[in-house]
Design a protein around this ligand. Sequence first.
Ligand code: KIV
Length: 271
Amino acid sequence: MSTESKVRVVTTHVLSEMKHHGEKIAMLTAYDYSMARILDEAGIDVMLVGDSASNVMAGHSSTLPITLDQMIYHACSVVRAVKRALVVVDLPFGTYQGNSRLALESAIRIMKESGADAVKMEGGVEILESVNRILSAGVPVMGHLGLMPQSIHKFGTYVVRAQEPDEVEKLVSDAHALEQAGCFAIVLEKIPAQLGQRVSQELRIPVIGIGAGAGVDGQVLVSHDMLGITQEFSPRFLRRYHNLYAEMKGAFQGYIRDVKSQDFPNEREQY
Ligand code: KIV
């Protein structure tokens, strides 16, 4: 048997089995072919084409400006690189809230045009009609509760969510509603660790946290943040595995120096 044929392709069913066997799920963001290829070969389980592309790829201060066409462009680039991971694509702001028909059209465009495996949507009961319609078309949906960056203007701040009892109860009942609707997993962002653990224990579907503590079924980070390419974003939940900003800047400076000093190209680097 070749090494390639032994590779386990990650499906929503595999994620469910991972939860039930106690194997943690590792998820990171990807927006382009080259990064997606490295992530897939590293063995990531889930690749999220997040609308955080609006921040890290396009330089916006929020996730709101990114369009459906732009998300599909990123998703196509990622899907071309992936052999193993499950590829999930964020439905961007304004393409599903308050209009389930539009939601279905948006989800179908993502699935048809990019070849991704699933979509992710922010919100609870408010978006349930859209979630149901997308699910009934056979498109797997990942929910997203807690800090929801697409609603930043409603809350006005990126502080930890669900610290008051009424917000806790709403989050728990939203999580149950998403599970009952048929979502295959839920992301919980920036909430107390105890609450993350409670939701994970109460739900049968995997709960993947970003700043939701260690008691959930998996973790997700923005790749550019954990690689240290972004510098200004430093929440407590972020573990940086590298300082690529400094390394890349050093490499660029080296190239500039070599060009200016006429060290590059040398004899062996020309025809
Ligand atoms: O867009 C994104 O990167 C996300 C993660 C932070 C979960 O939604």
